[in-house]
Design a protein around this ligand. Structure first.
Ligand SMILES: *Cc1c(COP(=O)(O)O)cnc(C)c1O
Length: 426
């Protein structure tokens, strides 16, 4: 057995077994869920003015814990991060004819929430190193109709929030953070998701902390908090009684309410955030060290003044320098037993949703709009395993897999078909 030969060339696999699954749910969550089940109230929301407009005791306790943990005045729980984004855009008063700036290199809900209110998403490109909004690209697309801006804190790292706020504040533009992927990350000592007008967290099962489905919106602004609460819970039915009916934009509410079981689990998960994040950071640092110096490979870049909580660990390949296309690298890693895939999200403006027409649409969404996002997706960025404690003992083997592949680059390049070879050239 030749251990230094890549598995793709007939060598032994670097990883002997499949990576274990992420497991963040334990006795604490079980006890929390049982407490609610024994009490018997699975939701205590009422869609009318009164005590229960803001939900039951678990929902309120969860929101209070969330506000304390992230040092923010108001936390409004919702039934998903997507619901939270829709509520946030609505709370900012966005409607038909308005434009909202958003990156295209993100999960689809980051931009779909804009279309939910009939407004027009305007895509600005991302930084090649951190994958978050590039402030100069944002500045170029601002106009008289720009009403809000959605900064996505992608992969575990906060965006350039101060630069974005400096663009937005003088123009009266609202800033929303999509913080689904970065709970607990710090920006200049403050928590991601609490840095702008509204921060939106996801508690989806794929996220670092989860309730299966769920989310939270955070704000320091009492009026925005009220609007989030109204949009969450059929607000159109209560605005008159609340004396809120004469506002320029009417409230359109939904049922975005989180259940009591999920809220109780969420409180237990929140207490584990630190514990669930620490191994991710350790694994990332170990991989950074192990993969440093491999030609054409770049480990995640941490921008100044912030921390990274490594929802994912993503690598960028310069195929010319590496002498290998990304397709070949990923094929070779998969053969070693390292789970990974090419690209991340196809730039959102290429989705059919943006090809369709809507009233007031005067933006073009063709290829070429955000070249960095397109290049990351098509050619250079690839995803490594999601990081979590269960994966930690496999880090040396993952490092070996890369070393084997990089040591046999010429032999692997010889395997490439014309398509893969073309991807190597810019
Ligand atoms: C997961 C995610 C969302 C959506 O959250 P859900 O709770 O799944 O609805 C939004 N934005 C980003 C960047 C995400 O990763």
């Amino acid at each position: 057995m030749n251990v230094s030969r890549p598995a793709l060339l007939g060598g032994a696999k670097a990883l002997p077994a499949e990576l274990p699954a992420y497991r963040s749910i334990g006795a604490e969550e079980e006890a929390a869920a049982l407490r609610v089940l024994r009490h018997g109230t699975l939701s205590a929301f009422f869609g009318s003015v009164g005590d229960n407009f803001l939900g039951g005791r678990e929902v309120r306790a969860f929101e209070a814990a969330w506000s304390e943990r992230f040092r923010i005045r108001h936390s409004v729980s919702v039934n998903s991060g997507t619901s939270g984004l829709i509520a946030a855009v609505g709370a900012c008063g966005v409607g038909p004819g308005d434009e909202v700036v958003v990156p295209p290199f993100t999960m689809s809900a980051s931009a779909a929430c804009i279309r939910a209110w009939g407004a027009t998403p305007v895509f600005a490109d991302v930084r090649r190193d951190t994958f978050t909004l590039e402030p100069q690209s944002v500045e170029r697309v601002l106009g008289p109709r720009t009403r809000a801006l959605i900064a996505v804190n992608l992969m575990g790292q906060p965006a350039d929030v101060d630069e974005l706020l400096a663009l937005a504040r003088p123009r009266g533009i609202r800033v929303i953070e999509d913080n689904a992927q970065s709970p607990g990350a710090l920006y200049k000592g403050r928590f991601a998701g609490t840095l702008a007008d509204i921060g939106v967290f996801s508690l989806n099962c794929h996220k670092t902390i989860q309730t299966g489905e769920g989310g939270v919106c955070c704000t320091d602004d009492a009026d925005l908090a009220l609007r989030l609460q109204l949009i969450r819970n059929h607000g159109e039915a209560v605005v008159r009684e609340l004396g809120y009916a004469n506002r320029p934009e009417q409230i359109l509410g939904f049922n975005f309410r989180l259940g009591e079981v999920e809220a109780a689990i969420g409180r237990a998960q929140l207490e584990k955030l630190e514990r669930l994040t620490a191994p991710r950071v350790r694994i990332a640092q170990a991989l950074d060290e192990r993969l440093a110096g491999l030609p054409g490979l770049r480990t995640p870049v941490l921008a100044a003044d912030r921390t990274h909580v490594y929802y994912t660990y993503s690598l960028t390949l310069d195929p010319e320098t590496a002498g290998l296309s990304r397709r070949t690298v990923v094929r070779a890693l998969l053969a070693e037993g390292v789970p990974c895939f090419e690209g991340y999200c196809e730039p959102l403006y290429l989705q059919p949703l943006y090809a369709a027409d809507w009233p007031g649409k005067d933006r073009r969404y063709g290829a070429g709009l955000c070249p960095v996002s397109e290049d990351l997706f098509a050619r250079t960025l690839f995803f490594h395993v999601l990081l979590y404690a269960e994966v930690e003992r496999f880090v040396p083997a993952i490092g070996d897999a890369f070393a084997k592949i990089w040591g046999a680059r010429e032999a692997l390049a010889a395997l490439e078909d014309d398509g893969a070879r073309a991807l190597r050239r810019r």
